[in-house]
Design a protein around this ligand. Structure first.
Ligand code: HEC
Ligand SMILES: [Cu+2]
Length: 338
């Protein structure tokens, strides 16, 4: 009896807590068209299951509190009555609840045009890699294409078609407040339509275990006002800025001399590697290393020297051939790439 009431209380408080929790990745409080539809389905399921659960617990509490004494003291149990409870509780209620939810799910699916025909022209291709997301902004003209690793920008209030692929294992694109999880499967191309209703920053992460550093594979969607978006895009389209100070110039020379250029691209220079993130505008990002580290001097230097300690297994090796001065000049150069 006491335990039953405690369970009942626990469940109720969970519902209340869920409703009160508006974390940055809580899908029940959506901020985009697609996520809105999913949240609606989520609420319908949550509420209908909660109602059923509360009713069941109340009935149980009623039964337990009505029966007193031992079973032996009772008159023979009447086995014919109660059949209605079974028909209603065991058949009608589950069939109604589940088929209603099924209907709502089908209705929700209609709003997720994933096929090729429905998305003739994706404007961003997001490629998942162990362990970072690379966004390539597509344009019919090749010079107008550019990469934005880990942080992608979209114009707020407008639908953006995304193509989702993987370069290695299965990953999953997941920005809970904007869209449900969509897997990125080798050999397959998935398409989604992403829309953020308001300007803001929406955090996401890889939603499918993809190896040791899966937990350090995050991404961030910046929904900009149209003016901010246009400004960001024109800056990203430009080649890397030339180093201004002598220290930055020495930093650039060290970058080209060290193995960095084998794996990284800096447009407008001789660095054309494609193993790691494009660094043409690395100074303009808020986070690096798949969102694991805030982009500041200490983290940049530590990452370059100790990438393997931060993300054991990453393809970026520890680079310990640089002197302290070279490291700080190299970092100054990277930070100048706004
Ligand atoms: C063998 C390939 C390889 C070499 C060589 C390499 N990197 Fe990397 N680098 C990577 C990969 C892969 C990542 C992404 C790792 C991750 O986040 O999981 C990365 C990430 C980075 C990042 C973070 C960028 C971001 O936006 O997340 C910086 C900065 C960076 N490397 C700088 C350097 C510098 C400077 C050198 C040379 C001293 C260098 N790298 C050499 C492969 C390489
Ligand atoms: Cu992943």
């Amino acid at each position: 009896m006491v335990r039953a009431m405690l369970r009942c209380l626990c469940m109720l408080s969970t519902v209340v807590l869920l409703a009160g929790c508006r974390g940055p990745q809580n899908f029940l409080f959506a901020e985009g068209t697609a996520a809105d539809r999913l949240a609606r389905l989520g609420w319908i399921a949550l509420i209908s299951f909660s109602v059923v659960t509360v009713v069941v617990w109340c009935l149980l509490v009623a039964v337990v509190s009505r029966r007193r004494g031992s079973f032996g003291e009772h008159a023979p149990v009447d086995t014919t009555s109660g059949i209605n409870w079974i028909i209603v509780g065991g058949l009608i209620v589950p069939i109604t609840v589940l088929s209603t939810l099924f209907f709502f799910s089908l209705d929700t699916l209609r709003d997720f045009p994933m096929g090729k025909l429905m998305h003739p022209a994706p404007s961003i291709r997001v490629t998942a890699r162990q362990w970072w997301f690379d966004a390539e902004y597509l344009d019919p003209s090749l010079p107008n294409r550019f990469h934005a690793p880990t942080e992608l920008h979209i114009p707020a209030g407008a639908p953006v078609n995304l193509e989702l692929v993987t370069a290695d294992v299965i990953h999953s694109f997941w920005v809970p407040k904007l869209h449900g999880k969509v897997d990125m499967v080798p050999g397959m191309t998935n398409r989604i339509r992403l829309q953020a209703d308001h300007p803001g920053i929406y955090d996401g992460e890889c939603g499918e275990y993809c190896g040791m550093q899966h937990a350090h594979m995050r991404l961030r969607v910046f929904a900009d006002t149209p003016a901010d978006y246009a400004r960001w895009k024109s800056r990203q389209l430009a080649d890397a800025s030339e180093p201004q100070t002598p220290a930055e110039q020495r930093g650039k020379a060290d970058f080209m001399a060290a193995p960095c250029a084998v794996c990284h691209t800096i447009r407008g220079t001789d660095a054309h590697g494609t193993v790691g993130p494009d660094l043409t505008h690395v100074g303009s990002r808020t986070r690096i290393a798949g969102g694991m580290l805030v982009n500041n001097t200490a983290n940049l230097q530590a990452w370059i020297v100790h990438a393997q300690s931060f993300k054991p297994g990453t393809q970026m090796p520890d680079i310990n051939s640089l002197s302290g001065q070279q490291l700080s000049e190299l970092t100054l150069y990277l930070q100048s790439l706004k």
